[in-house]
Design a binder for this molecule. Structure first.
Ligand code: PHE
Length: 339
């Protein structure tokens, strides 16, 4: 009896459990009615009187020790459970879900993709630009009212440096560095000192295109823009070109796509005409070619400039341009499906 009590005590002192289930199994094995401790009591009952006196007390203390041990293990398992619900730093990370691409980026990348497919490469330039690249090389005469078309943010009161008002400045940089044929688009952020409203912001994104080669004609321009419009808005899209004015193109035009007049919203977006203005364009003015050492007798070209936000507003039916720049997660999350 002595040795049985000893070995069971040893066994019980060394018990371990990983969780509450395991503790429960141990409790049943040692402390239940048919458990190991009770079976010693059964043996004990069959002992002669003298032996009983000898082992009664040790057997009771074994039972108490066993109860204490199981209680301790239960306590440990409970603690572990609690600290898990409070955040176990070693657990695997929780998957929070992917973010969404910004609607301006979605539209910008789609437009870039369309022009890349027909041989336009992509060029980029600085957002802080000097007067030559933003204005003078593009045939904006000094003090000419045409500069007022683009309300400029100057840098530190220095009239020679400004935030670029269009990415035509990048096209000047391309013409400086490359020889025709040139076929490039320049996506990027531009800045204008304009009152912020639902329709315009003081910064936005453009994708401007430039194509210079021998015998480039207005028909090429029109066909390229029609291709773009039908790729982007759908194969049945109609376009129209309206005469316009830009200092760097001659002739100049603005392109509208036919949006339709099916509901009240269409009336509002198209100001009741059904047509939506999407870009400015024209044949590169010979003076601009000359400014960039390209011989206008040999080469001609076309250029166009697309406002990315305006197209994003239409594509996603967003009522206010300011929503694009507030970075409200509830708004941005809605574009996950557009990826
Ligand atoms: N740069 C013009 C603008 O920002 C757009 C444009 C580009 C027009 C090229 C004609 C040709 O408004």
């Amino acid at each position: 009896m002595q040795s049985k009590i000893e070995s069971l005590r040893n066994e019980i002192q060394n018990l371990h459990a990983q969780n509450a289930d395991e503790v429960e199994k141990l409790r049943i094995r040692y402390l239940s009615k048919k458990g190991l401790v009770n079976s010693l009591f059964t043996e004990f009952k069959a002992l002669p009187g003298e032996e009983k006196r000898k082992f009664g007390q040790p057997l009771n203390s074994l039972k108490n020790e066993a109860k204490a041990k199981i209680a301790a293990l239960q306590n440990e398992a409970g603690q572990a459970q609690k600290s898990f619900s409070e955040g176990d730093l070693s657990r695997p990370v929780r998957f929070e879900g992917l973010g969404a691409e910004h609607p301006v980026n979605l539209v910008k990348n789609e437009i870039i993709g369309i022009f890349n497919r027909i041989g336009f490469n992509t060029s980029e330039g600085p957002e802080v630009e000097d007067d030559w690249h933003n204005f003078t090389a593009l045939n904006f005469p000094e003090e000419h009212p045409a500069r007022d078309m683009q309300d400029t943010f100057f840098v530190a009161k220095d009239p020679d440096w400004a935030l670029r008002t269009h990415t035509s400045s990048v096209q000047v940089r391309v013409m400086e560095n490359e020889k025709p044929p040139i076929r490039t688009i320049s996506p990027g952020r531009v800045f204008r000192n304009e009152a912020i409203s639902a329709r315009s912001h003081c910064f936005f994104h453009q994708i401007e295109g430039l194509y210079i080669d021998k015998k480039v004609s207005f028909a090429d321009l029109k066909q390229t823009l029609l291709f773009f419009a039908q790729e982007f808005f759908g194969p049945k899209t109609k376009i129209r070109l309206r005469p316009s004015y830009f200092p760097f193109t001659e002739p100049s035009a603005e392109m509208d796509v036919y949006w339709g007049l099916e509901n009240e919203r269409d009336y509002r977006m198209t100001k009741g005409t059904g047509w939506l203005e999407v870009l400015g364009c024209g044949m590169v003015d010979p003076a601009v070619l000359k400014n960039n050492n390209i011989d206008p007798e040999e080469y001609s070209g076309f250029a166009f400039g697309i406002g990315v936000e305006r197209i994003a507003l239409h594509r996603f039916q967003i009522p206010d341009i300011r929503m694009l720049f507030e970075n409200d997660a509830r708004f941005l999350k809605q574009f996950t499906a557009a990826l």
